[in-house]
Design a protein around this ligand. Structure first.
Ligand code: NDP
Length: 402
C-alpha cells in the first residue's frame, strides 16, 4: 500500500527535494510508493499547481488567501481541491496521513506543525524555527497525541539516526560548513551583498537559510533545536567546523566512542530517512559517498569574533524559553531587511543582539510553559521592536554612504 504524505512548503528547496524522493520512489518497482494528500505554498501559485497536478495531490493550499482565484483557475479541470489561507494550512495538516513534512520557512510554519502533531500525525520536521520557538510545546503535544517528531534537518537527522541505538550520550557535536564567508576577513564582511551571502559552497537552499548559514545563525538555531529535540543542555553541545559537510554530525558516548552519520551533502537522504522512519526502506539516487574521492576531510573551530551567533544562541537558551523566540524573530526581520537592501550584513547580528537585550520577554511568564498564543504574541512584539532596530541600522547605513 502507498504511503500518504502532506508537504507543507512544497514549492521550496526542501519541498523540491522531497518531491524528488517521491518521484524516484514512485518510479522504482521495489520501493514503497507515495500518495500525496496535500501540497502547500505561500504565493507561488504556478509551481504549486504544477506540482499538485504532476504528483496527483488531492488538495493544494495557497497560504496567501488573496491568491485563491488564481489557484482555482490553475487547477481547473484537474479534480484537485484548491484551498487558501492560514486556516486551510492547519486544516490540511490535520488530515490523517502517514507523514507530514513541515518545510515552511520561519515561524510561519509553527501553527501548521503544531496542528499536524495535535491531530496525531507524525511530522518530519525540517522547519527548525518551529522547534526553536516552541520546542517544549511541540514535544508535549506530540507525546500527548502519540505522534512522532522526526528530525529532518540533516544534522539533527544524523544525530537521531545515531542515537536510535540507545546508550549514554556525553556530548552532541553539530558540524557546520562555516558558510560562504568562512575565510572572509572581518573587514570584508561589512560589504558583502545578498547574492554573495546566498552562494553557499555545499548546499542549494532557500534564501533565508542561506543567509543564516552565512552568519552562522543557522548553526545557532540548530543548537537551540538540538537542545530542545534531544533534551540536552547547551554546554553539552559543541559546534565543529567541517567545510566539506560530509559528516553530518556526531554523538560522543560515555565510553569514549564517537559515532557519526556520513553522506554526500544532499537533503534527499535525510528526507528519505524521515519519510520512511522507523524503517529505512526508501531508495534515492543521491550520489553515493566515496571517501577516497574526497581524500581529506578537515575540521576547525568557530571564530566567535567574526561569527557571534552561536554565543548568542547559548545566551538565549540560558535566558529561558522566551528568549529563543525573540532571537528568531529578530533574525527573521533582519535577514529579510538585508535581502531587501534595508540594512547591511553585519547589522543582522547587531539587531539580534540588541533585541535580546531589550525587555521584550519580561511581560511573559517564563519556565517551560509557553503556549502557542504566548509564542505568537511574543513573536509579533519582537518583530515590531526589531523593525525599529532595522530602521536605525538603515539610517546609519545611509549616513555612512553619503
Ligand atoms: P524555501 O524558502 O526554499 O521554501 C519555503 C517554503 O515555505 C515555500 O514553499 C514557501 O512558499 C513556503 N512559505 C514561505 N513563507 C510562508 C508563509 N508565510 N506561509 C506559508 N508558507 C510559506 O525554504 P527552504 O526549503 O530552504 O527551507 C524550509 C525550512 O527547512 C526552513 O525552516 C529551513 O531552515 C529548513 N531547512 C532547509 C534546508 C535546505 O537545504 N533548504 C536544510 C535543513 C533545514 P512560496 O514558494 O510560495 O514562497
Amino acid at each position: 500500500m502507498a504511503r500518504t504524505l502532506t508537504i507543507l512548503g512544497a514549492t521550496g528547496s526542501i519541498g523540491s527535494s522531497a518531491l524528488a524522493v517521491v518521484d524516484h520512489c514512485n518510479r522504482t518497482e521495489d520501493c514503497e510508493h507515495f500518495e500525496i494528500e496535500a501540497l502547500t505554498a505561500h504565493k507561488d501559485v504556478h509551481s504549486l499547481a504544477d506540482r499538485a497536478i504532476k504528483y496527483g495531490a488531492k488538495r493544494a493550499v495557497i497560504a496567501d488567501a488573496a491568491l485563491y482565484a488564481d489557484l482555482k483557475e490553475a487547477l481547473d479541470g484537474s479534480g484537485i481541491e484548491p484551498m487558501a489561507g492560514s486556516d486551510a494550512l492547519e486544516e490540511v495538516a490535520r488530515i490523517p496521513v502517514d507523514r507530514v513534512l513541515a518545510a515552511i520557512v520561519g515561524i510561519a510554519g509553527l501553527k501548521s506543525s503544531h496542528a499536524a502533531l495535535d491531530a496525531g500525525n507524525s511530522v518530519a520536521l525540517a522547519n527548525k524555527e518551529s522547534m526553536v520557538c516552541a520546542g517544549s510545546l511541540l514535544k508535549t503535544v506530540a507525546a500527548a497525541r502519540g505522534a512522532a517528531i522526526i528530525p529532518t534537518d540533516s544534522e539533527h537527522n544524523a544525530m537521531f539516526q545515531v542515537m536510535e541505538r540507545g546508550g549514554d550520550v556525553e556530548r552532541l557535536i553539530l558540524t557546520a560548513s562555516g558558510g560562504p564567508f568562512r575565510e572572509t576577513p572581518a573587514e570584508k564582511l561589512k560589504r558583502v551583498t545578498p547574492k554573495e551571502a546566498c552562494a553557499h559552497p555545499n548546499w542549494s537552499m532557500g534564501r533565508k537559510i542561506s543567509v543564516d548559514s552565512a552568519t552562522l545563525m543557522n548553526k545557532a538555531l540548530e543548537l537551540i533545536e538540538a537542545s530542545y529535540l534531544f533534551d540536552f543542555p547547551e554546554d553539552r553541545i559543541d559546534v565543529l567546523v567541517h567545510p566539506q559537510s560530509v559528516i553530518h554530525s556526531l554523538v560522543a558516548y560515555r565510553d569514549g566512542s564517537t559515532l557519526a552519520q556520513l553522506g554526500t551533502p544532499d537533503m534527499r537522504t535525510p528526507i528519505a530517512h524521515a519519510l520512511s522512519w522507523p524503517e529505512r526502506r526508501l531508495s534515492t539516487d543521491v550520489k553515493r559517498l566515496d571517501l577516497a574521492e574526497w581524500a581529506s576531510l578537515t575540521f576547525g573551530k568557530v571564530d566567535d569574533t567574526r561569527f557571534p551567533s552561536i554565543r548568542l544562541a547559548r545566551h538565549a537558551l540560558n535566558m529561558g524559553p522566551a528568549a529563543p523566540v525573540v532571537l528568531n524573530a529578530a533574525n527573521e526581520v533582519a535577514v529579510s531587511a538585508f535581502l531587501e537592501g534595508k540594512c547591511r550584513f553585519l547589522d543582522i547580528r547587531w539587531i539580534v543582539e540588541e533585541a535580546l537585550g531589550l525587555d521584550i520577554a519580561q511581560s511573559l511568564k517564563t519556565g517551560s510553559d509557553l503556549g502557542l498564543g504566548d509564542v505568537m504574541s511574543l513573536d509579533q512584539e519582537s518583530r515590531r521592536r526589531s523593525d525599529e532596530l532595522v530602521a536605525a541600522a538603515g539610517a546609519q547605513m545611509r549616513s555612512e554612504a553619503q
